[in-house]
Design a binder for this molecule. Structure first.
Ligand SMILES: NC(=O)c1ccc[n+]([C@@H]2O[C@H](COP(=O)([O-])OP(=O)(O)OC[C@H]3O[C@@H](n4cnc5c(N)ncnc54)[C@H](OP(=O)(O)O)[C@@H]3O)[C@@H](O)[C@H]2O)c1
Length: 325
């Protein structure tokens, strides 16, 4: 048995390397052609029923506006009903023929069942489920006084999308619909002080990649990998604490537009901004180097005390008052 592994250890990398030389350019060309064809004839989503979790703010809110512009019917879910009502009003003004709002907490199993049931009771069908609701808590793992403080991240980001998907599946199967997952590059580009958040996004990616295989060809799955987007989640404090102040932010409007275009093309994955693909390559081929670089940045920043100054204007960071010990 060991001999077999020794043989495979030597032969498989060599054969793979030779195959990659031919396969990667061919696959890139195929992807480009598919992108062009699907961009010319994207899916018509007018009248389609789209359920968006976390639609009261940020990316979810702007996805609602983008879907509304294309004439989709919407079920908007979040915990703050009064804010959802305002989003629903604007979505109707932008062109959605019908919008319902459902106050629910995605971390509660019974709420997930209820918002899917209410959507079906109202519209009679479901074409697309967008698992967007998410939260983040920052801090060093070793500083956590109570380990259970961070389980809510997993409950919302991971279990919230898994549970909602569980109840939506029979309806999506009927409509040959689609699941959209709003993931994060943090799932593979790990930054310090958001360990549980990053883990929740990695778990989400792995779960929905597996589900894609189980559900094809009846239900499509689009996984979105996002860098920093200008929402209340990516606060100035969050960005500085996680040493991400070097990274330019995407506007939430262009992010929502890119997501809807990607879903209409039937993409399996979307990474925004696109240059994060190159960061992925660095992570893949020079992992030790990337770990060292991120550790050095983190160690340097560890000696720096942040004076929490939450002032921020949309799209641009205000300088923070940094003081050394
Ligand atoms: N912003 C970024 O830089 C970034 C980067 C990568 C990935 N993402 C992902 O994008 C998604 C949206 O984030 P965002 O930036 O738009 O954040 P946001 O502006 O804070 O919006 C989060 C949304 O989720 C809802 N929500 C939170 N907890 C919920 C719960 N338990 N049940 C139901 N709804 C809940 C919030 O509404 P209520 O408070 O009314 O419930 C709100 O509508 C998240 O999954 C996040 O991980 C964001």
């Amino acid at each position: 048995m060991d001999l077999i592994h020794k043989f495979i250890n030597i032969v498989f990398p060599i054969v793979s390397f030779i195959l990659f030389i031919y396969i990667i350019p061919a696959l890139s060309l195929y992807r480009l052609l598919r992108f062009c064809i699907r961009s010319v004839r994207p899916e018509n989503i007018a009248g389609k029923v789209v359920l968006i979790t976390g639609a009261s703010a940020g990316i979810g809110e702007h996805l609602a506006y983008e879907y509304a512009k294309h004439g989709a019917r919407l079920a908007l879910v979040a915990r703050r009903e009064e804010v959802l009502a305002v989003v629903a009003g604007k979505a109707k003004e932008l062109g959605s023929p019908e919008v319902i709002v459902i106050k629910a907490d995605v971390s509660k199993l019974e709420d997930c069942k209820r918002f899917v049931d209410e959507t079906i009771n109202h519209f009679g069908e479901l074409d697309c489920l967008i698992n967007n609701a998410g939260i983040v808590i920052t801090g060093l793992f070793e500083d956590q006084k109570c380990i259970t403080d961070h389980t809510s991240i997993m409950d919302v980001n991971f279990w919230g999308s898994v549970n909602a998907t569980h109840f939506a599946l029979p309806h999506l199967k009927k409509s040959k619909g689609r699941i959209v997952v709003i993931g994060s590059c943090g799932g593979w580009f790990n930054t310090p002080k958001v360990s549980v958040y990053n883990a929740s996004k990695a778990a989400q990616q792995s779960f929905f990649d597996t589900l894609r295989l189980e559900l094809a060809p009846d239900i499509g799955v689009t996984i979105i990998n996002l860098g920093l987007v200008d929402t209340r989640l990516a606060t100035t404090e969050f960005i500085y604490e996680t040493n991400l102040d070097w990274a330019p932010m995407l506007s939430v409007q262009s992010c929502a537009k890119a997501i809807v275009n990607s879903v209409r093309r039937g993409d399996e994955y979307l990474t925004e901004p696109k240059w994060m693909h190159t960061v992925f390559m660095w992570m893949l081929f020079t992992r030790e180097l990337m770990n060292k670089a991120r550790h050095l940045v983190h160690a340097k920043r560890g000696k720096t005390k942040l004076h929490r100054q939450k002032s921020r204007t949309s799209g641009s960071l205000q300088p923070l008052d940094l003081k050394h010990d």
